[in-house]
Design a protein around this ligand. Structure first.
Ligand code: PLP
Length: 396
């Protein structure tokens, strides 16, 4: 007999992790699989950060719940240096991945969760697990899937007193697009008017190709929580280190989350936190690593974009991160002739017939009959690419 919490009954394994497991199984069976499913950084962790981890392998004590003080300070310095945003170290919360912090945020917050679609695979399942209502805001393909101030206003105006958290993610997973400064300012104005709490998921911020990532916290500091971590720009997904930074106005949320953290994960791994100080402090070697990472991803993103356009698809080139979210609608007839009418069918047939593993738009909150898919262009040797990039002249 099964005694599962109702919210968890029937909950499948996260789509991205599942495609990774299927791909690995096929590889074991001897198939060549192009792993464009799981969104994992292709690059190694920068050498100075690895050295710092080695030097701190002996750190064995439980660290403070909110994080190592030196790391909180490094995170604050980082946001001052990169975004001209001023915080205090005690407003930083460190956790074992930003995903875990998001889950705890949902657990402690009382209100709706608003998610523009397409969006990252885990926001909504987390809300379901804790029994929250999810309000979707579908965005438009011809607007590069970006949330508009009008769309946000419309949702808020329907029920103006309702407490809500809105998640913004830019550069975006799965689309690869980001907001301009002006778009952020306009969204910030709506957020302020309706006293929305924004969870600004900026985990790909450092991977914006033009190096000009701006946080919406610049325009709505009092209501924005910035989510970040080492997983994407530092190539350290498996290290599990995420950070939230709160404005003082949201102290009550931070306190609630810290209390839950103290009763659950206690504190993030000590050696990893010591190493993370080095990552957030930056310096020339890390700057160089980031600059080359962006250059490689931009080149690849442009190339794949051009190939998709040549196939007859319509989409703008990506602006950051390592994803593209093409819609195969222009090829619908050709695909229908092969018995493919939905995005899950398209992905299944691609994997079976060509070994290309990608994810259907349904995993990102899009309807099944739409032929959108996400591809993560990360199946290459990142260490070799970085070394090769050093031989190619240009900039810096
Ligand atoms: N947010 C987005 C948009 C992501 O793509 C990911 C990872 O795939 C995460 C958050 C979670 O990152 P982590 O828990 O490794 O910090």
């Amino acid at each position: 007999e099964v005694h599962l919490n109702l919210n968890v009954r029937g909950l499948p394994l996260s789509a991205t992790l599942e495609i990774n497991e299927i791909s690995n199984r096929l590889i074991k069976e001897g198939r060549r699989v192009y792993k464009l499913g799981l969104g994992q950084s292709p690059f190694p962790v920068p050498q100075p950060v690895v050295e710092e981890l080695r030097a701190n392998a002996h750190q064995k004590d439980y660290l403070p719940v909110r994080g190592l003080t030196a790391l909180q300070e490094a995170v604050v310095d980082y946001f001052e240096r990169t975004q001209s945003l001023v915080y205090r170290p005690e407003h930083v919360l460190v956790g074992p991945g930003s995903k875990e912090l998001m889950f705890i945020l949902q657990l402690v917050y009382y209100g709706d969760l608003v998610i523009p679609t397409p969006s990252w695979v885990s926001y909504a399942p987390q809300a379901h697990i804790v029994g929250h209502q999810v309000r979707w805001i579908p965005t438009r393909e011809d607007n590069s899937w970006l949330l508009t101030p009008e769309e946000l206003e419309r949702l808020c105006a329907k029920d103006p007193t309702k407490p809500r958290i809105v998640i913004l993610n830019y550069p975006n997973n799965p689309t690869g697009y980001s907001y301009s400064d002006r778009q952020l300012q306009e969204l910030a104005a709506v957020a302020r008017k309706h006293r929305i709490i924004l969870l600004s998921d900026e985990i790909y911020g450092e991977l914006q190709f033009d190096g000009g990532h701006a946080s919406i916290a610049r325009y709505y500091p009092e209501g924005t929580i910035i989510s970040s971590g080492l997983s994407k720009w530092c190539g350290a997904g498996g290290w599990r280190l995420g950070t939230f930074i709160f404005p003082k106005e949201l102290d009550w949320l931070l306190e609630g989350m810290a209390a839950v953290a103290s009763e659950t994960f206690t504190a993030t791994s000590a050696p990893i936190q010591y190493a993370a100080v080095r990552a957030f402090n930056g310096g020339t070697r890390i700057e160089r690593y980031l600059w080359q990472s962006r250059r490689i991803l931009a080149t690849l993103g442009d190339y794949i974009h051009q190939r998709l356009v040549r196939m007859g698809l319509q989409l703008a080139p990506p602006q950051g991160g390592f994803y593209l979210f093409p819609d195969f609608e222009p090829l619908r007839e050709k695909l229908a002739a092969r018995g493919i009418g939905t995005s899950p069918e398209l992905c299944k047939r691609l994997l079976d017939e060509t070994g290309v593993a990608i994810l259907p738009g349904t995993a990102f909150g899009r309807p099944e009959e739409e032929l959108t898919v996400r591809l993560a262009y990360v199946d290459f040797d990142g260490a070799r690419a970085l070394a090769a990039a050093e031989q190619v002249p240009g900039g810096k």
